[in-house]
Design a protein around this ligand. Structure first.
Ligand SMILES: *[C@@H]1O[C@H](CO)[C@@H](O)[C@H](O)[C@H]1NC(C)=O
Ligand SMILES: *[C@@H]1O[C@H](CO)[C@@H](O)[C@H](O)[C@H]1NC(C)=O
Ligand SMILES: *[C@@H]1O[C@H](CO)[C@@H](O)[C@H](O)[C@H]1NC(C)=O
Length: 438
């Protein structure tokens, strides 16, 4: 009697467990599938570059809690183990609406992958990010109006999954050795293009001059470049002379173009991690801005340690959304991205803390490339849970016309956009003239 009961009970319990499990899997599955339900049935699962592992295990908690924790890629150097746990902030993943736009779908697929990678210590080969161009077929299937995209945009999408590029001219000792004496306080990292010789020289001669400021704050400068276009005259010899002469060019093997600026940022993060990981602060900006080095240093010097360790500041653009006018430089097609932008610092010039280099690099591996580099930067910081701090000294949309040559006005600013090499030189001279009275 007793034994029989027990025998009957056990299958019942098993049945309940099985049913509950199947139900939760069904629910889970439908949740996961939601984002594809309004897409066409033949839409392919977008191949993800950062999915090195076969995903088979699903857990309820991983989806429910959405605690995207994963080990970061470890291809920076084969010797030093640089795994860092990263997790994508809830604020960020919640701010990206689930819809049929390509980027949104790519991002949410990535989140699902991260869910499954929770406790995987990834051991990836250095060539994990080798560039495989996305096929026309896949892009057409996933983006119904892909044909109507501007040609350069199509090109961006083809190489969007390429997160890495070979460095061809390096400055491995830019930040010195690790002995404390030559600690770099501020690194200027200036986006330039091969033909901008004049802009670079103006920066070197003025605000980007390397040296030791304010009794001991070491400042270093690098220019970030890609390759010139095949149709441009060959500048390789001039560039390699310039690199030797000044020791401040970093050049990677990709075509320097507007839509490749996000790639430029990624390879720069990687370089920072390798060659300048202990810098206190990084300024990233354009070669056509005017920066006030002394004002920047004075500001950075006064930050309290908490502020300093999480710094991301500049002119903050909040509540921006994609521009849908095809003729605009910042055009973003609806079928590519739908949703608002995170608050971000204008790419003309912004500052961030050196202590964030590692996490920034790690998180950037998991955020699909975006055609606008400063929006992408904002996404990375938001994914880290760091809000940009507004600073009124950054004027990336420039100041009143009548003040643009006024050295006194510039003394109180940290950055203005935009100034040509002559204006920069003139302003700098005026600002540092002993005759200046403000
Ligand atoms: C993934 O699956 C493929 C094919 O089933 C297999 O060859 C490969 O080794 C698997 N990779 C990992 C990381 O398990
Ligand atoms: C994940 O981590 C848990 C606890 O550390 C461990 O028991 C489990 O085996 C791990 N799973 C895998 C797939 O490595
Ligand atoms: C970016 O660089 C890659 C590598 O050189 C190139 O194939 C691609 O066309 C470039 N993309 C754009 C949009 O210029």
């Amino acid at each position: 009697m007793y034994r029989l009961k027990a025998r009957v009970k056990r299958p019942k319990a098993l049945l309940v467990v099985t049913l509950t499990m199947s139900m939760s899997f069904l629910i889970l599955y439908s949740m996961l599938d939601l984002q594809y339900s309004h897409a066409q049935s033949e839409v392919l699962e977008i191949p993800l570059t950062a999915t090195p592992l076969n995903v088979t295990i699903m857990t309820k908690t991983s989806v429910k809690e959405r605690q995207k924790t994963t080990a970061s890629p470890n291809q920076v150097s084969s010797s030093a183990s640089v795994l860092e746990k990263v997790s994508i902030s809830e604020t960020f993943w919640k701010s990206v609406p689930k819809n049929s736009a390509y980027w949104n779908r790519k991002f949410h697929s990535m989140l699902r992958v991260l869910d499954h990678m929770e406790n995987v210590t990834s051991h990836e080969s250095p060539d994990r990010f080798h560039c495989m161009r996305e096929s026309d077929e896949s892009l057409h299937l996933n983006i119904p109006d892909f044909n109507s995209y501007p040609a350069l945009y199509q090109d961006f999408l083809h190489s969007m999954a390429c997160h890495d590029s070979q460095i061809v001219i390096d400055q491995p000792n830019k930040c010195g050795l690790d002995n404390g004496d030559d600690h770099v306080f501020l690194l200027f990292a200036i986006k330039s293009t091969p033909q901008h010789f004049m802009q670079r020289q103006a920066v070197r001669d003025t605000w980007g001059k390397e040296g030791v400021y304010l009794n001991g704050l070491r400042v270093r400068t690098v220019f970030l470049l890609g390759r010139s276009h095949v149709d441009d005259p060959n500048l390789d010899k001039l560039i390699s002379f310039e690199a030797k002469e000044f020791g401040d060019l970093l050049i990677w093997d990709f075509q320097d173009s507007f839509y490749n600026l996000t790639l430029k940022e990624n390879v720069f993060f990687k370089w920072l991690l390798q060659s300048c990981p202990r810098v206190s602060f990084v300024f990233k900006g354009d070669d056509d801005v005017f920066a006030n080095t002394h004002a920047i240093l004075n500001y950075l010097k006064t930050l309290n340690p908490t502020m300093a360790s999480k710094l991301y500041t500049g002119q903050i653009i909040s509540q921006a959304s994609p521009l849908r006018d095809r003729k605009n430089k910042y055009y973003v097609p609806q079928s590519f991205y739908e949703g608002a932008y995170p608050p971000y610092a204008g790419g003309g010039g912004f500052l961030f803390s050196g202590s964030l280099i590692h996490s920034l690099y790690s998180i950037s591996r998991y955020i699909p490339f975006f055609p606008i580099d400063d929006v992408y930067t904002g996404m990375c910081f938001q994914a880290l849970g760091i809000l940009p701090e507004k600073h009124k000294g950054f004027q990336t949309f420039d100041i009143r016309e009548q003040d643009r040559d006024n050295a006194c006005v510039h003394r109180d600013l940290l950055l203005v956009h935009q100034r040509d090499p002559q204006q920069t030189t003139r302003l700098w001279r005026a600002m540092h003239s002993p005759l200046l009275t403000c």
